[in-house]
Design a protein around this ligand. Structure first.
Ligand code: ADP
Ligand code: DP6
Length: 333
């Protein structure tokens, strides 16, 4: 890498998984047990600027205008070390990042944060990584970050190789493939901060949940069904599978010892409201899903969005709703 100061900025968005990543088969290489599939969201964005400088004696992270906590800075430093190794430099970096949505509240700021960091740091170091390689780097910060490099509908293939060369995310369809699909996010009040990192929680599931093996056996069929339904823009095929997958994820969490419960009473009311909407319509008009957090994403079609939104807003404990669509992938800015 050239001496002196080198900087670059990169912008990304978080993603919501329709098929969840939950379980690592090789922590050193960050290889998951199962493939996952997500939608990169519009409107929510992370913008990160990285500047390498020979004059710095340590990495610094300014997050949303404030010096970040030591643990957050250490996680950023660990990813920067991989970039430094690839660029053959020891220069430290000044990282300035901003999320235009709540950080660490269950909206996947870590996914967009580490995707943005990977994009900005490699560019600042003068590395020309392909999107696939960027995605392979980002997952060392946060597994789900590897999907936020791409826009639209994205699959992270678990691969089979022990060396991980066939493990990477790839775009399935761009955001414009299905503009009528909307994600009404129900932001619930009093969502607790995550007490255990997902990377740690999922390993507890593997060793203690009696349901995990069955989940892994079921997943290839469900993933294929979800991929096919997205390809055909078939909401009535997609929605039941998305809820089945969310229920499977919740079941393995609840049967983990000690139990992992990410939902609040209001989150559970959102799930019930979606089931009621579908029962009233006599067909699947919406689907709920949630990650390791209390906010619930409700997928529906544009023409139903108003009704769904009103129904969710009426639930006590739903603070507000966001109306999102599939959005763009990471880019230099
Ligand atoms: P979330 O649901 O928002 O991903 P997590 O608790 O899983 O919540 O992750 C939040 C953590 O991710 C933060 O505490 C911080 O360490 C990291 N993070 C979030 N945003 C950024 C960012 N823009 N740049 C670097 N790290 C970030
Ligand atoms: C439930 O990628 O957030 O959201 O490595 O701890 O950051 P860390 O794990 P992370 O785990 C994501 C779990 C999930 C499902 C998903 O996004 O696929």
């Amino acid at each position: 890498m050239q001496r002196g100061k080198r900087s670059a900025s990169y912008e990304t968005s978080p993603n919501i998984a329709l098929v969840k990543y939950w379980g690592v088969r090789d922590p050193a290489r960050a290889l998951p047990y199962n493939s996952s599939l997500s939608v990169t969201l519009d409107r929510l964005r992370t913008r990160t600027r990285v500047e390498f400088s020979a004059e710095l004696d340590r990495d610094t992270l300014t997050l949303n205008g404030r010096p970040a906590a030591p643990a957050a800075t250490a996680a950023v430093s660990a990813l920067l070390d991989r970039v430094r190794n690839a660029a053959r430099t020891t220069d430290r970096a000044r990282v300035v990042s901003r999320n235009n949505f709540p950080t660490a509240s269950g909206l996947a700021s870590s996914a967009s944060g580490f995707a943005a960091l990977a994009g900005a740091a490699t560019a600042a170091a003068g590395l020309r990584f392909s999107p696939q390689r960027l995605s392979q780097l980002a997952r060392f910060g946060s597994g789900s970050a590897c999907r936020s490099i791409f826009g639209g509908f994205v699959e992270w293939r678990a691969g089979r190789r022990p060396d991980g060369r066939d493990c990477y995310a790839r775009p399935l369809y761009p955001a414009r493939h299905w503009p009528q699909l909307v994600d009404v996010v129900a932001l619930v009040a009093g969502a607790p901060e995550k007490s255990v990192r997902s990377a740690v929680a999922m390993q507890a599931t593997i060793t203690t949940s009696p349901e995990y093996a069955r989940r892994l056996r079921e997943l290839p069929r469900r993933l294929a069904g979800i991929r096919r339904a997205i390809g055909r823009r078939d909401a009535e095929a997609l929605f039941p599978l998305v809820m089945e997958e969310c229920d499977s994820f919740r079941l393995v969490c609840e049967t983990t010892r000690p139990s992992l419960d990410y939902l609040t009473a209001a989150s559970r009311e959102v799930l019930a409201a979606v089931r009621a909407l579908n029962a009233e319509a006599g067909r699947p008009v919406a689907a709920y899903t949630h990650d390791a957090g209390a906010h619930v994403h409700v997928f529906t079609l544009e023409r139903e969005a108003r009704r769904v939104r009103e129904r969710l807003r009426a639930i006590a404990g739903v603070e507000r709703t966001l109306l999102l669509h599939a959005g763009a992938g990471g880019r230099r800015v």
